[in-house]
Design a protein around this ligand. Sequence first.
Ligand SMILES: Nc1ncnc2c1ncn2[C@@H]1O[C@H](COP(=O)(O)OP(=O)(O)OP(=O)(O)O)[C@@H](O)[C@H]1O
Ligand SMILES: [Mg+2]
Length: 277
Amino acid sequence: MTDSLTIDRRAEARETPDRRTHPRDVFVEFRDVFKAYGAKKVLSGVNLSVYRGEVLVILGGSGTGKSVTIRHMLGLEAPDSGRILVEDEDITDLPEEELYRVRKKFGMLFQSAALFDSMTVFENIAFPLREHTDLSDEEIARSVEEKLELVSLPGTGHLMPVDLSGGMRKRVGLARSIVLDPKMILYDEPTTGLDPITAQKINELIVDLQTKLNVTSVVVTHDIQSAFTVGDRIAFLNNGVFEWVGAVQAARDADHPQLREFFRSSAVVAAQPTGPG
Ligand SMILES: Nc1ncnc2c1ncn2[C@@H]1O[C@H](COP(=O)(O)OP(=O)(O)OP(=O)(O)O)[C@@H](O)[C@H]1O
Ligand SMILES: [Mg+2]
């Protein structure tokens, strides 16, 4: 426990040696966060800062707690101990009504990117506006079309989800997650299940939205190509803490065996010819 905490602190200290002279604006901060489900310890003293305006990529093996980490940012999970701050506000003990206000700061692209299959693309994207705003139908129509253009799907509002390819579904999910103009976008495995060309287009879209919307982003991924395309920094989750945090450029040469192994095995997987289907 103490060991992993030390690693975590060291990772952050090494990464920002000049923090006191050049303080960076922190959007989300984890302070010593612990979370277990029954006997299963998932987060074991996590310390992490997400800086305003950056794309932070969270890498880590299956079941290490990546999705759990972003669920904590949204207040969908409460830590067993430790604090979570969003724009300097401690959200750890906020009641549910208050958390709604905090959640409006975030757009979330869930791992499944599930759309409502019985609704058109337009209604899928309009849904959060109808739930959370008093906009007129005309304003909603304008907002939905603007978001469809941002994800390069103009004029597709009349389509049904069943008519869409996997990449298009992700784009529609993304349009829906930005429709309330969030300050921060959370992407959980945005390219999983997509072919490499479609995945690369989604990566380019993430970069594009970052500049056009002037947001902060966290991208959870297994996809090394994606990490290197979209990320400013990488945070590697292992043994319940972020054992390595640093600039994307520095990650490949990181002096961290498991992170190196992660890159090595991913490169092998990426180089293998894909099977049928
Ligand atoms: N609500 C829950 N109840 C019980 N266990 C949970 C719950 N949520 C997550 N877990 C467990 O916590 C661990 C971390 O889960 P999490 O979904 O964050 O993994 P992950 O890193 O996102 O993995 P993947 O890459 O497979 O998506 C897993 O062992 C999971 O089974
Ligand atoms: Mg996950």
